[in-house]
Design a protein around this ligand. Structure first.
Ligand code: URA
Length: 278
């Protein structure tokens, strides 16, 4: 499988390569791609950006592994004390507290609270925004369409959910009709995320989307300007990128998300090899 093929596949654009007789070097026909993209098809039916996307991804893939920069310096967000509310809870008690929580109105319409899933000793913590409809029904994070894209994104950097990765959300209950979260809901749920981070002690946190980034870093962040920087959450490097649900609506930005994940992977590698102390 060529580099190009595997990148496109991992980012959820793979089915285009099932088109018969398409030479590897040719950009696929846009209409055919829209018809063939069955797994995590972008929401937009016509998809002209694919032409640019594939070349951008290729050039990023070339650069991703050869870049030998020092790890980015950590950017401090406003310092934030861990909230006391969930302090000292072990995993079982924390899970039960989340499932029984009535600290904000999101509890009223939830089917299930969604604490998170994965390796409790993971090096990688991925923080999304909040459960959607399918997550609410199943009680697990990222099981819907956005979750499929997230799995593809993780796989593109050699990760798989549950294997050295923990997935959770900034809020643990679905906002009704998946409306935007308000600040008080993010704040009410923050003690749970904070305690999860204390228990997991991840080596790197990837935050998906602006609300989650704001909740964790306690500062007003725009993803477009925060990309490519390493923030600091109590000594843990934090990389922000676009939320997969956003990427489904804006497939052109998948290339940027891929770049961000390569950046995150480099940070992890460089910090593991001791270069991060500078
Ligand atoms: N979006 C999120 O932010 N989290 C989920 O668990 C699912 C969709």
């Amino acid at each position: 499988m060529s580099v190009r093929e595997s990148i496109l596949r991992e980012m959820g654009l793979g089915p285009i390569w099932r088109l018969r007789d398409a030479p590897d070097t040719e950009v696929p026909d846009v209409e055919a791609v829209a018809d063939a993209a069955v797994d995590v098809a972008p929401d937009t039916p016509a998809n002209p950006p694919l032409r640019r996307l594939s070349s951008e991804m290729l050039s990023m893939a070339r650069n991703a592994d050869v870049a030998a920069e020092a790890p980015a310096a950590l950017t401090s967000a406003e310092s934030r004390e861990p909230p006391a509310a969930a302090a000292d809870l072990d995993w079982d008690a924390l899970t039960q507290a989340i499932q029984a929580c009535r600290d904000c109105s999101l509890c009223e319409q939830r089917t299930h609270a969604v604490p998170g899933i994965g390796d409790h000793q993971a090096d990688w913590l991925i923080v999304g925004e909040g459960p959607g409809a399918e997550e609410d029904v199943q009680g697990q994070p990222f099981v819907g369409k956005a979750g499929k894209l997230l799995d593809a994104m993780l796989s593109a950097i050699g990760l798989a959910r549950g294997e050295n990765v923990y997935l959770t959300n900034a809020v643990k209950c679905r906002p009704p009709m998946s409306r935007p979260l308000d600040a008080s809901e993010l704040a009410a749920c923050f003690p749970y995320l904070s305690r999860q981070i204390e228990l997991i002690k991840p080596r790197l946190i990837v935050v998906l989307g602006r609300p989650a980034a704001q909740a964790l870093l306690n500062t007003d962040i725009r993803i477009a300007s925060a990309r490519g920087r390493c923030f600091d959450y109590r000594g843990i490097p934090v990389v922000v990128t676009y939320h997969p649900a956003y990427l489904l609506r804006n497939p052109l930005d998948k290339a940027k998300a891929w770049e961000d994940l390569c950046f995150a992977r480099r940070q992890m590698r460089d910090r593991s090899s001791g270069n991060g102390d500078t």
